[in-house]
Design a protein around this ligand. Structure first.
Ligand code: NAP
Length: 294
């Protein structure tokens, strides 16, 4: 049997990511006690029905008390309030980590509440689907994906290593980065594509009815892939854009310039410019497949 990773893990937020983590802990660290926290009694009832946790509570402080690992896995807008509520319950030596998709804002919102002797290791398992809630999770979600950890200058290296070992046990590749760099990289690889998908699907939604029905009928020609991304959780994505404002606005600026250049090439019939770009982008797809991230 695998070595126990932690004695008691508190999962504050038990939706897609929190419940996938619970399932992975059950599979790979069966001796670990899990306490799950959510706001709604219906969510906690589902958690009990699925046997994802040993205890459930609506109070994050009760969840955090006595845990040697506390994982925040709620939308970003809930972090500061959760930080305030768990602060006095965190036990000395405990590790506090999270799974949020933006990292500078997480440090901003949680660090002020951290008691001395608690190790803070912000993290981001870069793995997900467009589904939400505890029923959507699965242990294999993390297989072969990257987990980015953000050690702060004062974070004990052993705490970072311990959190890293957990994600590795679940099949992830672990890398460390600073929060600013993380937010810029994710603005390009995740936040901009989601914004584009939301825009395209929004544009189609506003079309007159005759066109709209055909868009749905012929969606397999490209539109369908955007609708999957644009079906992602509205609250989670609202929070991502509000909390990674600067990096997203900067990359959007560049995107707009490139889009204008393409618009111009189409207008002036500059086929070589279009073909050049499409040839370069095809090579990017190949490198993603080679990196096994397809
Ligand atoms: P989710 O499926 O919507 O689950 C969110 C969980 O947080 C639910 O258990 C919800 O409980 C709880 N929650 C919401 N507001 C809360 C509050 N104010 N206090 C306490 N609990 C609260 O979300 P998710 O997709 O797992 O995302 C969670 C985090 O992971 C986000 O920060 C996101 O940025 C990050 N992330 C997501 C993905 C992805 O693809 N989904 C990938 C990587 C990282 P109730 O059901 O009771 O409301």
């Amino acid at each position: 049997m695998s070595e126990k990773l932690f004695d008691r893990v508190a999962l504050i937020g038990i939706g897609l990511i929190g419940s996938s983590l619970a399932r992975a802990l059950r599979r790979d660290s069966p001796g670990t006690a899990i306490v799950a926290c959510a706001r709604r009694p219906a969510t906690l009832a589902t958690v009990r029905r699925l046997e994802l946790a040993d205890e459930t509570t609506e109070d994050p402080a009760i969840a955090a008390a006595g845990a040697d690992l506390v994982v925040i896995a709620t939308p970003l807008s809930a972090y500061a309030e959760i930080g305030r509520r768990i602060a006095s319950a965190l036990q000395p030596g405990a590790i506090l980590t999270d799974v949020g998709s933006v990292k500078q804002a997480v440090v901003r919102d949680l660090q002020p509440y951290l008691p001395a002797g608690v190790h803070f290791v912000p993290g981001h398992p870069v793995a997900g689907t467009e589904h939400s809630g505890p029923e959507a999770g699965f242990a294999e979600l993390f297989d072969g994906r990257w987990c980015i950890l953000i050690p702060l200058p004062e974070t004990a290296p052993e705490a970072v290593a311990k959190v890293g070992r957990m994600w590795e046990r679940f099949g992830m590749r672990v890398i460390t980065m600073n929060a600013d760099h993380h937010d810029k990289v994710l603005a390009v690889t995740s936040h901009l594509p989601h914004l584009i998908a939301y825009t395209i699907v929004g544009t189609a939604t506003d079309l007159e009815d005759s066109l709209k029905s055909e868009v749905i009928e012929f969606s397999a020609s490209g539109f369908r892939d955007f609708t999957r991304i644009a079906a992602s959780d509205p609250v989670m994505w609202r929070d991502i854009f509000l909390n990674n404002r600067e990096a997203v606005l900067e990359i959007l600026q560049r995107f707009n310039e490139d889009l204008t250049a393409l618009q111009r090439a189409i207008r002036w019939g500059e086929g070589d410019k279009l073909q050049d770009l499409f040839t370069r982008t095809r090579a990017i797809r190949r490198s993603i497949i080679e990196a096994k991230q397809a």
